[in-house]
Design a protein around this ligand. Structure first.
Ligand SMILES: Nc1nc2c(ncn2[C@@H]2O[C@H](COP(=O)(O)OP(=O)(O)OP(=O)(O)O)[C@@H](O)[C@H]2O)c(=O)[nH]1
Ligand SMILES: [Mg+2]
Length: 235
């Protein structure tokens, strides 16, 4: 889940390593309907080898098609309840009742400001998850996405011998600044906008290709969820 354009569909494609979800490159919202994408973990996976995970792509909050977060939450809960019945009909088998095992909220870390609507969405997330102390919060992963590339090592000024090297140094200094600003925004999310959620048990996770790519994040989420016994039962 998350704001429109935060990269939800891209995130799913990166996990599955295939273009299963449609990614939008224009200004208008892309994903219009909730859609499940099944992903079978490899037999060598350290977490749940060979098991199938259902990744659910949702419309973005406050998108140009007017889905607000309350509506998306409601639709997802209803969708999850009905999903096993649909599987039963198509596969002819029996499935356990639907439940949402965990939420990943994606935040584009390159976004320069948190707007009022997003701030309201964070409060709505709390309404959805209920009282502090409930295990529900530990099933919420607040993931920052679209990180800038990690800056390469800066060349020391003494080694600057020509204009090409000087330009490269300036370039890498500005890369450094962009990266630093993203890290500062992450800190601000933690201390301010996501403080209540984090204090109540939600986990922050960085999705950064060079360090912690979407697949690694999925494994971390599954590992964590596996240690929590009760299902998430939003009101
Ligand atoms: N640079 C960069 N661009 C990204 C990244 N992830 C997504 N994008 C771009 O962001 C745009 C929106 O990506 P989507 O995956 O469609 O976003 P979404 O959250 O599914 O959007 P909606 O379906 O409208 O809610 C596309 O142009 C993507 O290529 C990333 O990690 N880095
Ligand atoms: Mg999408």
């Amino acid at each position: 889940m998350g704001p429109t354009g935060s990269g939800k569909s891209t995130f799913i494609n990166a996990i599955v390593n295939k273009e299963v979800a449609l990614v939008g490159h224009g200004l208008s919202t892309c994903t219009q309907q909730i859609k499940a994408h099944k992903y079978v973990l490899s037999q060598n996976s350290e977490v749940y080898p060979g098991k199938t995970v259902v990744l659910v792509d949702t419309p973005g909050f406050d998108d140009t098609a007017m889905h607000d977060s309350t509506r998306v939450f409601k639709d997802v809960v209803q969708w999850a309840a009905e999903y096993p019945k649909k599987q039963e009909t198509s596969a002819g088998g029996k499935n356990s009742p639907g439940r949402i095992t965990g939420f990943i909220y994606l935040q584009d870390i390159s976004q320069k400001r948190i707007n009022n609507r997003q701030n309201i969405d964070f409060s709505r997330l709390q309404q959805l998850l209920g009282e502090p102390g409930s295990e529900s919060y530990s099933k919420l992963f607040l993931a920052t996405f679209q990180w800038p590339p990690k800056p390469s090592e800066l060349t020391s000024p003494s080694s600057v011998v020509d204009t090409t090297t000087a330009a490269a140094t300036r370039g890498s200094a500005s890369q450094s600044l962009i990266y630093q600003q993203a890290e500062d925004r992450e800190k601000e999310l933690k201390k301010k906008f996501w403080k209540d959620l984090v204090d109540k048990g939600a986990r922050m996770v960085r999705v950064e290709d060079s360090v912690h790519d979407p697949h690694a994040v999925l494994l971390e989420v599954l590992r964590t969820l596996g240690q929590i016994s009760s299902p998430l039962n939003p009101p």
